[in-house]
Design a protein around this ligand. Structure first.
Ligand SMILES: C[S@@+](CC[C@H](N)C(=O)[O-])C[C@H]1O[C@@H](n2cnc3c(N)ncnc32)[C@H](O)[C@@H]1O
Length: 225
C-alpha cells in the first residue's frame, strides 16, 4: 500500500531543514555522485561532542526525543525512510528545542554512506517491521546483511538494543545476532511484567502495552576481539 503524501509535506520538510541532516531523495539510487555527498560531519551536526546513538526506523520520534532530553550529553541520529512520518519527528524535536538529535530521511541499507566506521556507541531497533514472509527476510533490520553494516559502524563493546512485539522477529534476531558473534544480555520475554527502570517508551510500545501484549527485549553487545 502506498502512503498518501501528507498535505503541505514539502513546506513542512523545508521548515525543519535544520533538523534533517540527510535527505536521501530518489536520485540517490541512480546518481553515484550523491552517495559521496551525504557523509555526516558530526562536529557540524551537533552543538557538543558526545556518545553517538542511532535509532533505525524512528517513526514519529517519541523515543528519540525523550532519549535526547534524558541524556543531554549524548547525541542521537534517528533514521526513517518515510517522509510523511519523519517530518513529524523533526517537528517534535524542533518544537522541544533539542540540540542533540538530528534526523536522516533514508534507508538503513545506506548507513555506510552517512557514517564512518567505529563512530557509533549504540543502536536502537524499536518495533522494526517484522516482514514475516520468508521472501522478505532480507528487509528485516536484524538480517545478516544489516548486522554486517552495524558491526562496522559500532565501536568495540557497544550494543544493539531491540524491542519488539513480534515473537517471530525476536527469535529470528536471537539467531542472526548470535551467529554474527554478538553477546546477548538482558533478554526479556515480557519487559513490562515487572517494574522497568530506565525504559523509554516508543509510540508502538505504548499501543501494545495498552493492549496488554508482551514486549520482547534484548541487548546484543559487539564482541571485543
Ligand atoms: C513499526 S514502525 C515503528 C516506529 C517506532 N520505532 C516505534 O516504535 O514507535 C517501523 C518504522 O521503521 C521504518 N523502516 C522500516 N524499514 C526501514 C529501513 N530499512 N530504513 C529506515 N526505516 C525503516 C518504517 O518506515 C516505520 O516507520
Amino acid at each position: 500500500m502506498r502512503l498518501r503524501k501528507k498535505k503541505n509535506l514539502e513546506q513542512r520538510l523545508t521548515a525543519v531543514d535544520d533538523y534533517m541532516i540527510v535527505k536521501e531523495g530518489s536520485d540517490f539510487y541512480y546518481n553515484p555522485a550523491r552517495k559521496n555527498e551525504v557523509k555526516i560531519d558530526l562536529d557540524k551536526a551537533f552543538a557538543k561532542s558526545g556518545k553517538l546513538y542511532l535509532e533505525l526506523g524512528c517513526g514519529k520520534g517519541a523515543f528519540v526525543c525523550e532519549m535526547a532530553k534524558k541524556y543531554p550529553n549524548s547525541n542521537f541520529i534517528a533514521l526513517e525512510k518515510v517522509p510523511n512520518v519523519i517530518v513529524s519527528a523533526c517537528e517534535r524535536a524542533k518544537s522541544e528545542g533539542l540540540d542533540n538529535v538530528k534526523f536522516v530521511l533514508g534507508s538503513a541499507e545506506n548507513l555506510t554512506y552517512f557514517l564512518d566506521n567505529d563512530t557509533v556507541d549504540g543502536i536502537f531497533l524499536n518495533f522494526s517491521c517484522p516482514y514475516p514472509k520468508k521472501t522478505y527476510a532480507n528487509h528485516r533490520l536484524t538480517n545478516p546483511k544489516f548486522l554486517k553494516i552495524y558491526l562496522g559502524l559500532m565501536k568495540d563493546g557497544s550494543k544493539i538494543v531491540q524491542k519488539t512485539d513480534n515473537r517471530g522477529l525476536f527469535e529470528y534476531s536471537i539467531q542472526t545476532l548470535s551467529e554474527a558473534g554478538f553477546i546477548l544480555r538482558d533478554v526479556s520475554l515480557d519487559l513490562h511484567a515487572s517494574e522497568v527502570a530506565d525504559n523509554v517508551m516508543t509510540e508502538y510500545e505504548s499501543n501494545f502495552v495498552a493492549q496488554g501484549l508482551p514486549i520482547y527485549k534484548l541487548e546484543a553487545y559487539k564482541p571485543i576481539l
